[in-house]
Design a protein around this ligand. Structure first.
Ligand SMILES: [Zn+2]
Ligand SMILES: [Zn+2]
Length: 139
């Protein structure tokens, strides 16, 4: 084990970080069901058993803050991650917890209405509709 830090070590660490981030991004992009961080970890671990849960979770945070993936904050539930990173709306099934995309254009003027009324500088919003998914309605 080397205790010295030189440019090569720094480069190698940066390369490893880039590779790990790419693996996590690839896993999110392979899942189209709004996975939780635990779901993403399971997929990464199948192909790369040595990667730690902490590494996957940390990289999900980095990818979300860079806008490479969308983090969907679910009320009373685990955050979900979305390969589709444009602003869009979701529906949450209150029975099984499934999160789906809602086919509705993003309402930019909603933010304008809030700004006009409150002087608050809004830069985004999320909407999660709640109800029952088709398979839970059949039960
Ligand atoms: Zn359901
Ligand atoms: Zn979505």
């Amino acid at each position: 084990m080397s205790v010295t830090t030189n440019a090569n070590d720094t480069t190698r660490a940066a390369t490893r970080n880039t590779i790990q981030r790419a693996l996590v991004l690839e896993a999110v992009r392979s899942l189209h069901n709004h996975p939780t961080s635990a779901d993403v970890y399971e997929v990464v671990r199948e192909r790369h058993p040595n990667i730690s849960r902490a590494t996957v979770y940390r990289n999900l945070g980095v990818l979300a803050s860079r806008g490479d993936v969308l983090r969907v904050e679910v009320p009373n539930g685990a955050d979900r991650y979305d390969f589709f990173n444009e602003p869009h709306y979701h529906a949450l099934c209150r029975s099984c917890g499934q999160v789906s995309d809602v086919d509705m254009p993003y309402q930019n003027d909603l933010a304008d209405q809030v700004r006009d009324a409150q002087g608050f500088a809004i830069d985004g919003h999320q909407i999660i509709f709640e109800g029952l998914c088709p398979s839970c309605q059949k039960r």
